[in-house]
Unconditional design. Structure first.
Lengths: 164, 419
């Protein structure tokens, strides 16, 4: 490693997601449209969800941000397409706790998300990795308030709901 | 802010000797020499400023304008001496026209409250520019909500110059106030304040100049700028954080209502009502940050000792070199005026393949501190079609070796991103 932590932060798998993100395809008549903003840095992320039978049937994400925020959004789309709303919410919680210092749960396979662990060494960038997930939580809350319950307000991430 | 001569190959400053005055420049960051290129956010402080603040607390600390004891007298005299010094610094003619605030933002809010709420109504318009810092935009948005006055915005051309050719479209008989930056914090453009002030005068409008990026970087003369309000933040000009400056024409200050209310700003108080102290004290409610004022005095001395024309010439020298070096990199695109004569020591740029935040993180690992983001100018970012840029901003202790370190770190970022 040439400069401490950088190669760990910008792993190949992150750069791959950044260059060709999942979730790019648009969907017709989404059930929920939300837009997440990180006012600290200006990053923006549009998320459309197509929900049927308690599952995410389709997802469109248009992230405009740094490699970390785009890669994280891409991994979210990769992992959650077809997932139940409960599983989606659970993964959000797990990922968030890992970003805040926890370990992955015993026996849990984080897939490509594991590559984002390098972000932990760069505390100011954790917000970047979380933007898509906070936006997702808000989107699910718009769809089913009972499922999500009280949404934790992150004052640094503003979510604008377009339609639900 | 006219450049001195056109020489950009040399600097009139002895940068090596200046660097010795800034203790923070001796520290290492991430094991590397600190290359501090975020001066538009805040400048570093010379030892003389740090010592002045320390000396104040060690020897002269007391509250000002009250008490008859020796320390109170010394503190008051020190505080008022800085007011006179700052007045000379911006070439005002009346020290009572200098109001100490917390920062440029508070200075602008003061004008919005104390002047705007009293004198503006729904038939009136305030003209701003699309490239204002949020601090010279949001206070006016709130004022517009409260008073019903309208906001209009002068557009820019593709090089980041204001469209002064179309001023008559923006500045009309309805215009009561024109608010503009002296120098753009996001693009570095030095604005033609005089030209715009002239158009404002023609319709009887007042002019407020946000000098946050102007006052630190070259001579300021509020008379020749022909403005009515001038605000700046000394912490961007070697001074301490926590004190701001507002200069305003004395007759305007006389007719304005107070901004904050409390001690210090009164003439007489009964349980039912109060009358106000004269200017400037009417606008300085509560205990001011005396030590920060003393630090501001030391910072002003330091700048005047170097000479503001020399600082302007130095920045032109360093920004010319920075633009020249950045232009060698085909993947870098920079924004703002091409001619170094039209910009202060600041370059806003993007790597076409790497997001500015990623760039900021990588160059930081090389000890290089730049800003990446929207620079509190989101409408401008939108106008430029980007969400963020990287910004390197220079000051008196920066030299070509700092630019070289920046360039090397930008090349290193390409490697990290396998480009």
């Amino acid at each position: 490693m040439t400069v401490s932590g950088l190669d760990e932060l910008y792993r190949e798998v992150i750069l791959d997601h950044y260059r060709t993100p999942h979730g790019a395809a648009t969907i017709e008549n989404p059930d929920v449209e939300v837009e997440g903003h990180n006012p600290l840095c200006g990053d923006e992320l549009v998320m459309h969800l197509d929900i049927a039978d308690g599952r995410i049937r389709g997802m469109h994400i248009d992230p405009r941000g740094c490699s970390i925020s785009v890669a994280s959004a891409s991994m979210l789309a990769q992992q959650l397409e077809g997932a139940s709303l409960e599983d989606a919410l659970e993964l959000k919680k797990t990922f968030q706790s890992v970003m805040k210092g926890a370990e992955w749960p015993e026996g849990f396979d984080p897939g490509d998300l594991e590559a984002l662990e390098g972000v932990k060494k760069f505390p100011v960038r954790i917000k970047c990795a979380l933007l898509a997930w906070m936006t997702l939580e808000q989107a699910l809350a718009e769809y089913d308030r009972d499922l999500v319950g009280e949404v934790e307000i992150d004052r640094d991430i503003e979510v604008v709901t377009k339609k639900s | 802010m006219n450049p001195v001569g056109t020489q950009t190959e040399t600097t009139p400053l002895d940068v090596e000797s200046i660097r010795q005055d800034f203790p923070i420049l001796r520290r290492k960051v991430r094991g590397k020499r600190l290359v501090y290129l975020d001066n538009a956010a805040t400048s570093q402080k010379p030892q003389s400023v740090i010592d002045a603040i320390s000396h104040h607390y060690s020897h002269s600390n007391a509250n000002v304008h009250r008490g008859v004891h020796c320390l109170a007298e010394e503190a008051t005299e020190a505080y008022e001496e800085v007011r006179r010094k700052v007045c000379r610094f911006i070439h005002g003619d009346d020290p009572s026209s200098i109001i100490f605030t917390r920062n440029t933002t508070e200075s602008i809010n003061l004008v919005a409250h104390a002047w705007g709420r009293k004198f503006l109504g729904e038939d009136d318009e305030i003209v701003l520019t699309v490239m204002e810092h949020h601090s010279n935009l949001v206070p006016w948005q709130l004022l517009a909500q409260d008073t019903g006055c309208k906001l209009r915005f002068i557009d820019i051309d593709d090089d980041g110059h204001l469209r002064i050719d179309r001023l008559d479209e923006y500045i009309t008989d309805k215009t009561k106030l024109v608010c503009m930056g002296h120098v753009s914090n996001a693009l570095g453009t030095i604005h033609s304040v005089r030209t715009i002030a002239c158009a404002a005068r023609a319709v009887g409008a007042l002019v407020l100049v946000d000098g946050a990026q102007g006052a630190p970087h070259g001579p300021v003369n509020v008379e020749t700028l022909d403005c009515d309000f001038y605000a700046y933040s000394p912490h961007k000009a070697l001074g301490p954080l926590g004190i701001g400056v507002l200069w305003a024409r004395r007759d305007l200050l006389e007719e304005m209502d107070p901004f904050l209310a409390g001690g210090e700003m009164i003439r007489n108080v009964t349980l039912e009502r109060s009358t106000w102290a004269g200017v400037p004290h009417k606008f300085e409610a509560g205990t001011p940050s005396v030590a920060d004022a003393v630090g501001l005095g030391a910072a002003t001395d330091y700048l005047l000792n170097i000479g503001m024309e020399n600082i302007r010439a130095h920045e032109k020298y360093i920004v010319s070199y920075a633009m020249e070096r950045l232009a060698e990199l085909p993947f870098i695109r920079f924004f703002g005026p091409r001619d170094p004569a039209d910009r202060c020591g600041l370059v806003s740029f993007i790597d076409t393949d790497i997001h500015p935040h990623d760039l900021g993180t990588v160059v930081d690992q090389h000890g290089v501190a730049i800003r990446s983001g929207h620079h509190c100018a989101k409408p401008l970012m939108h106008r430029l079609g980007v969400v963020a840029t990287a910004r390197a901003s220079f000051y008196i202790y920066n030299d070509r070796d700092d630019v070289d370190a920046l360039i090397d770190s930008l090349l290193a970022a390409r490697k990290v991103f396998r480009l």
